[in-house]
Design a protein around this ligand. Structure first.
Ligand code: FES
Ligand SMILES: [Fe+2]
Length: 411
């Protein structure tokens, strides 16, 4: 089976088959351009709304490529906002916890305080600041919008387009794949990986390697006999984003532990085959975003959210793989799986089994991508050769390149 034009959605540019330069993984200038053009102007998924459910709830997240600590907080008015976590007095980091809840943020240096809407409220010794305009010295806001319970930020002072414009054709996912009830989470891995951020992200953008690199962990879960290379069932570009439809191997025989867990709880992702096809009828009927070809062996949609997220939208869970650049050859990997709260011990058991398997595959990816970066650095090769089924990588590579070369980050 070959991956053909019939499996590519309208609106997807023809990107050819040419080998691609390795410069974007190795050039400091390219990385500097990514900082300015890509990560300073795109909408970036930074948190989930369910992480800050009540007024005063906050999380703090680092965006290292921007040297930024970002405070995401739900105000007393219920609105989710983002601010630079920086004090107006002498630029101390205000909130040192990763998450919490409060009515006022108090700077640990000299106790200036800010409310959850970012206004400067308290200044000890105010009489000694004769020129200070309190109203003009609140927390510095970062553009922030929420879609489908995903909180996005944009570092541009005036983003060139709204989040909804940026998401474009992906917007119906909010209707077809609502995240609101998937509020339990498991962070499978948070790791610093010694490779360029794109090298690591691209490891999640194809199924060609799954039964090879992950032969011992995943085996042929996504590589059925009639599609041994794991070609995508379908690929569609949505502006700078992409959507990769991945099929499962319905003939696969699960191991004893998996069989046991499946007997007591619905499968999360990749092993339930036939059960999934009927579940799809219930959840996904009528939509063409999930399972666009109506395949009986549909496993998941892999949504590449430009620039740095691979969102695996499966039946009973969703995983957000986020790759944050630290520097040219170091990245921070965050992988969070969301799922409905387990209703029984059996369901919990099935989930834990799945996460253990998932963690194994990620370790395999980390070792491989770190070796790859070292190999890239050696100069032994100047190009990489993508096969047609690796179309999501080619599309992402080109989208980053176009933005780096001066196209605006917006779609
Ligand atoms: S730096 Fe925050 S109060 Fe002084
Ligand atoms: Fe992998």
């Amino acid at each position: 089976m070959a991956f053909t034009a019939a499996q590519i959605g309208a609106g997807t540019p023809d990107l050819g088959d040419a080998p691609l330069s390795l410069t974007p993984f190795l050039s400091p200038d390219y990385f500097a351009a990514e900082r300015e053009q890509v990560f300073s102007r795109s909408w970036l998924n930074i948190a989930r709304g369910c992480e800050v459910p009540k007024p005063g709830d906050f999380v703090v997240r680092d965006v290292e490529i921007r040297h930024a600590s970002v405070l995401v907080v739900r105000g007393q008015d219920g609105e989710v906002r983002a601010f630079h976590n920086v004090c107006a007095h002498r630029s101390a980091r205000i909130e040192w916890r990763r998450q919490g809840s409060c009515k006022l943020f108090s700077c640990p240096y000299h106790a200036w305080s800010y409310d959850t809407e970012g206004r400067l409220r308290g200044v000890p010794g105010l009489e000694n600041f004769p020129t200070l305009d309190k109203a003009a010295n609140g927390l510095t806001p970062i553009a922030c919008e929420v879609w489908n319970d995903l909180v996005f930020i944009n570092f541009a002072a005036e983003p060139p387009q709204s989040l909804r414009e940026f998401l474009g054709g992906l917007l119906p996912f909010e209707r077809d794949y609502p995240l609101a009830d998937m509020d339990a989470s498991a962070t499978v891995e948070v790791a610093v990986v010694n490779c360029n951020w794109k090298v690591f992200l691209h490891a999640f953008l194809e199924a060609y390697h799954l039964n090879v690199l992950h032969g011992r962990s995943l085996g042929n879960t996504f590589n059925p006999p009639d599609n041994p290379q794991g070609d995508p069932l379908y690929y569609r570009a949505f502006g700078r984003h992409g959507c990769l439809t991945i099929g499962a191997n319905l003939e696969r025989r699960a191991g004893p532990m998996e069989t046991l867990s499946q007997r007591h709880a619905a499968d999360l992702l990749s092993t339930g085959g036939k059960a999934r096809a009927s579940a799809y009828e219930e959840l996904g009927s009528g939509t063409r975003l999930l399972n666009p070809t109506g395949a009986a062996n549909w496993a998941l949609e892999g949504v590449v959210l430009f620039p740095n997220v691979m969102w695996l939208a499966a039946m009973g869970s969703c995983t957000l793989h986020k790759v944050w650049p630290l520097d040219l050859e170091r990245s921070r990997f965050e992988s969070i799986t969301y799922y409905p709260r387990p209703r029984s011990v059996s369901e919990r058991f099935a989930r834990e089994l799945r996460f253990a398997l998932f963690r194994d595959t990620i370790v395999e990816d980390i070792l491989n991508t770190e070796y790859s970066q070292q190999a890239l650095r050696s100069g032994a090769k100047r190009h990489m050769h993508l096969q047609r089924g690796e179309i999501a990588i080619r599309h992402h590579y080109h989208q980053v390149d176009r933005v780096v070369r001066g196209e605006t980050a917006h779609v």
